[in-house]
Design a binder for this molecule. Sequence first.
Ligand SMILES: [Zn+2]
Length: 184
Amino acid sequence: MDTRPIVVDFDDFYNVNNGLDLLFRIKSEVKGFKCTLFTVLGRCSLGFIKTIHNIDWIEMACHGRIHNHKECQYWDLEEIKYYISHYDNIYSDYIQKIFKPPYWLGNDIIYKELDKNGFIIAENLVNGKKRPDCKYVYTLQDKRYKYIHGHIQDGCGNGLKEQFTYYCSLKGEFKFISELRSEL
Ligand SMILES: [Zn+2]
């Protein structure tokens, strides 16, 4: 039996793409369910973020600014510094210090700066991208955990609606990505 902790994350969470009806249905089916939602900060109102923060089985993490195609791939030092200061000033009480660039596409400059500022960097090594050494890296390939990765919306094959039955069948001990920090 697979007794590894289950770590569930869904990408592309924001005000009008929230999947909350389905998430609440999964929660009612699955004992101890919790998940990390990669949140597009520039597409959320602060009121929405504060409301979601009050749900104790959801944690939010950073997923770029507006989710333009490849937006973070082209960010320079000034851009990522601005993003981090914006995070520190507005979001740090509500959103975890975890960052995943849209489409898993970052660059060395932003990863180094995020690392310097204590962010966990979410990475998918299947993409084959070289990444500088960073202290906290969460990868889908880490075999210590059972990683379940999906999207709020359908279209990638792992959306809440597309894989609803599978998500409802999960059993085990669930962990937020933030709870892995000391082990990464
Ligand atoms: Zn995304």
